[in-house]
Write a protein that binds this ligand. Structure first.
Ligand code: SF4
Length: 217
C-alpha cells in the first residue's frame, strides 16, 4: 500500500499540518484557548460531538460563565442547562449526559476529573475518543484521540487501511512514535478543518500533495 510515510516522517507530517492549520486559522486551534481545566476540556469534548467547533465554543463559553465545576453542574436545573446548551446538536440529550457525568465525578472522584483512561470511559457517554482527547489535551498524556478527521486523513494518506476510528486508533498507536502521539489529534483536526476537508479536499493547495496517495478522494 502506498503511504505518505514512504516519504515523510511523523515529525514532519505533524509540523506541516499544524502550520497549515495555523495559517488558515483552523477553529480547533483558535477557539479552544479558553479551556483551562480538565473539567472544561471534558465538557467541551462531550458537547462537540456532531457539532462544529465554532458553535461548541460559543455554547461552552456561555455555559462556563455559570458552571465552574461538577458541583455547579449537578445543581443547575435541567431546564436552565437546556437553555444554556441550546445550539449544540442533541442539546437535550447532552444536558442529561452532562448532569450524569457531574454526579459521577462528585460521587466517585471527589469532584475531580480522573486522569485514567478506564476511569474516564466509565463516565456516562464518555467513549474512547473523548477520553483520549481529554487525556492528551488536559493532562498531556501521550495518547491519540481519533475522531472522524484523524480517521479520514490517515486512510487518505495510506497510513492505515481501516473501517472505523477505533481500528484507526489501534493502528496508529502501533506506528506513531512515543512523544508525538498527543500532537496527532490537534494537528490532524486542524488540517482536516481547513485543507483535507471531508468533502472536496483542497489537494491542489495542499503542502503534502506530492507525497500523498490521496486514497479514496
Ligand atoms: S493531498 Fe489531498 S488527500 Fe492528501 S492530505 Fe492533501 S488534501 Fe488530503
Amino acid at each position: 500500500m502506498k503511504s505518505i510515510l514512504d516519504h515523510l516522517g511523523w515529525e514532519e507530517i505533524l509540523r506541516v499540518m499544524r502550520e497549515e492549520g495555523e495559517r488558515r486559522k483552523a477553529p480547533v486551534l483558535t477557539l479552544k484557548g479558553f479551556l483551562k481545566t480538565p473539567f472544561q476540556h471534558l465538557i467541551f469534548a462531550v458537547l462537540s460531538s456532531r457539532t462544529r467547533d465554532e458553535q461548541t465554543a460559543r455554547v461552552a463559553g456561555r455555559l462556563f460563565r455559570e458552571v465552574k465545576n461538577p458541583q455547579d453542574l449537578m445543581e443547575i436545573s435541567v431546564e436552565r442547562l437546556e437553555e444554556l446548551l441550546y445550539g449544540v446538536g442533541f442539546y437535550r440529550v447532552k444536558a442529561r449526559r452532562l448532569r450524569a457525568i457531574a454526579r459521577q465525578l462528585v460521587e466517585r472522584y471527589g469532584g475531580e476529573v480522573p486522569s485514567d483512561f478506564g476511569d474516564l470511559t466509565s463516565l456516562q457517554g464518555v467513549g474512547i475518543k473523548t477520553a483520549n482527547v481529554v487525556l492528551a489535551h488536559a493532562f498531556g498524556k501521550d495518547v491519540i484521540g481519533v475522531d472522524t478527521h484523524v480517521h479520514r486523513i490517515s486512510n487518505r494518506m495510506g497510513i492505515v487501511k481501516t473501517k472505523t476510528p477505533e481500528q484507526t486508533e489501534k493502528e496508529l498507536m502501533k506506528i506513531v512514535p512515543k512523544g508525538l502521539r498527543k500532537r496527532v489529534n490537534s494537528s490532524f483536526v486542524a488540517f482536516g478543518q481547513t485543507v483535507c476537508r471531508p468533502v472536496r479536499p483542497l489537494c491542489d493547495e495542499c503542502p503534502l500533495n506530492q507525497w500523498c496517495p490521496k486514497i479514496g478522494t
